[in-house]
Design a protein around this ligand. Structure first.
Ligand SMILES: [Fe+2]
Length: 221
């Protein structure tokens, strides 16, 4: 009996140690094809954004975590904080971003009647007023960053927030995120950020946003 138990348990232990030391983050797949968001976001942008930019954050995060695990002391670990924040934030933000987009043929751009629409009307006056306010805040980001519709666990309201670089949103629960890095729009919209920001609402997945909102409200209730 003992010999049988050892043969079962030991391989599992070896596998678990191997997995802990190996890269664990992977590029998530998209729920739609690269050209499915056209004409609002081109297939070329989506392909490069996903396979090159997001992949770079995943690779960087795995490398930083591996180095962190091997770091011999606090000084070495502190040196890795910036890489962990940048690449980890990039991976978190882009994973959210793909989910909060949807082709118009799959309901992108349509906000259903329900809890999210009612909360946007309560907190911003109207859905259009919310979009205008979010676009203004996002366009005003200096350099690269993200515009967010976030749910505040403190005020129990929807609020517009921005984060610089690839900083993830920590003060609020992210409901909708808009990537305002040039790689997200420049090939199609050049320097005209307002046109990109106007177009993206045609492919925002409001059903996904509402699910996040309901979950956030439930968690803080
Ligand atoms: Fe991006």
């Amino acid at each position: 009996m003992f010999s049988i138990a050892r043969t079962v348990v030991r391989p599992r232990l070896v596998n678990s140690f191997t997995r802990a030391a190996a890269s664990i983050h992977t590029l998530p797949g998209l729920d739609y094809s690269y050209d499915a968001l056209e004409p609002h976001i081109s297939g070329e942008i989506m392909s490069l954004h996903h396979t090159k930019h997001h992949q770079t954050y995943v690779t960087g995060l795995n490398a930083a975590e591996e180095a962190y695990a091997k770091a011999s002391g606090p000084k070495e670990k502190i040196k890795l904080q910036a890489a962990l924040k940048f690449n980890g934030g990039g991976h978190i933000n882009h994973s959210l971003f793909w989910k909060n987009l949807a082709p118009t043929s799959a309901g992108g751009g349509e906000i259903p009647s329900g809890a999210l629409k009612e909360a946007l009307e309560r907190d911003f006056g109207s859905v259009d007023a919310f979009k205008n306010k979010m676009n203004t805040a996002t366009a005003a980001i200096q350099g690269s960053g993200w515009g967010w519709l976030g749910y505040s666990p403190t005020t129990s309201k929807l609020e517009i927030v921005t984060t610089p670089n690839q900083d993830p949103l920590l003060s609020h629960v992210p409901i909708i995120g808009i990537d305002i890095w040039e790689h997200a729009f420049y090939l199609q919209y050049k320097n005209v950020k307002p046109d990109y920001l106007k177009a993206i609402w045609n492919v925002i997945n409001f059903r996904e946003a509402e699910a996040r909102f309901l979950e956030a409200a439930k968690q803080s209730a």
